[in-house]
Design a protein around this ligand. Structure first.
Ligand SMILES: [Ca+2]
Length: 257
């Protein structure tokens, strides 16, 4: 019966994570990551992504609060906390994304939850509804405030997650473009020249100078395209930085120098 146990383990991530509901299964497959001609997202190249589960929403304030209550997650990043951090108003903003996260806070939360941050490959595969050629999670229409919450809609304040269902992916993922920016597992490299083709993350031998973020968000002028790659010092945060967790098979990672 070992095969049954394995199969059940694969089909029910909620039994192995602290988050019972809200997972969306992304069936594995191949797709072309990146966009030739983009300043950071080339060369486009094929990726084979194993099946994984991803949260329908960005990490919410309420979800993050459980980790703080458990004594694992930090409520505030080091240094001065801007007034637009949702934690300061956590009761009224419980369903907003947990913002003002630096990379370590984002990583710690997902690990505590029994999950992890998405690799860039997983994130883009999910954002493209499993490899469509659409430039945005909802399709080809240009962004609007009905599709994505951005700086043009409100400079600094987030919206409750899943407020704009017209902007969802085919699998129902909310806010893959806009609202909070989403930290990924990957060390940021200037292009995809050494990017692993198996869906794993790019990591460095030492702590990376920068980590990749995806999806655009409030307080940023970066495009909302599914292939756009942003990056920041892992210790940096601002009111537009959040996270989204995934759950999936562990995989080898490729280190580059
Ligand atoms: Ca987002």
């Amino acid at each position: 019966m070992w095969w049954l146990v394995l199969a059940m383990g694969c089909e029910h991530p909620k039994r192995e994570t602290k988050l019972a509901e809200g997972w969306v299964k992304i069936r594995g497959g191949s797709f072309n990551i990146g966009h030739d001609g983009d300043r950071r997202a080339g060369p486009a190249h094929p990726i084979e992504v194993p099946t994984f589960w991803i949260r329908q929403t960005e990490v919410t304030v309420a979800e993050y609060a459980a980790c703080v209550d458990a004594g694992v997650c930090d409520a505030d990043p080091p240094g001065r906390v801007p007034s637009r951090c949702n934690w300061a108003q956590r009761e009224s903003r419980a369903d907003h994304p947990m913002n003002c996260l630096n990379w370590s806070m984002a990583n710690s939360y997902c690990r505590w939850a029994g999950a992890r941050l998405a690799t860039e490959s997983e994130w883009e595969f999910a954002a493209t509804s499993r490899g469509t050629r659409w430039p945005y999670p909802w399709g080809q229409a240009e962004p609007s405030c009905e599709l994505a919450h951005t700086k043009a809609c409100e400079p600094d304040l987030t919206k409750p997650t899943c407020s704009l269902p017209n902007g969802n992916t085919e699998q129902g993922l909310c806010d893959m473009a806009g609202n909070a920016y989403e930290w990924t597992l990957d060390a940021f490299k200037d292009n995809y020249k050494d990017h692993p083709n198996h869906g794993g993350a790019t990591l460095t031998e030492t702590a990376p100078d920068f980590r990749a973020l995806r999806g655009g968000g409030i307080g940023s002028d970066e495009p909302l395209t599914v292939y756009n790659r942003a990056f920041h010092d892992p210790d940096f945060y601002y009111s537009g930085m959040g996270a989204r967790c995934v759950y999936g098979p562990s995989r080898s990672e490729r280190k580059v120098h």
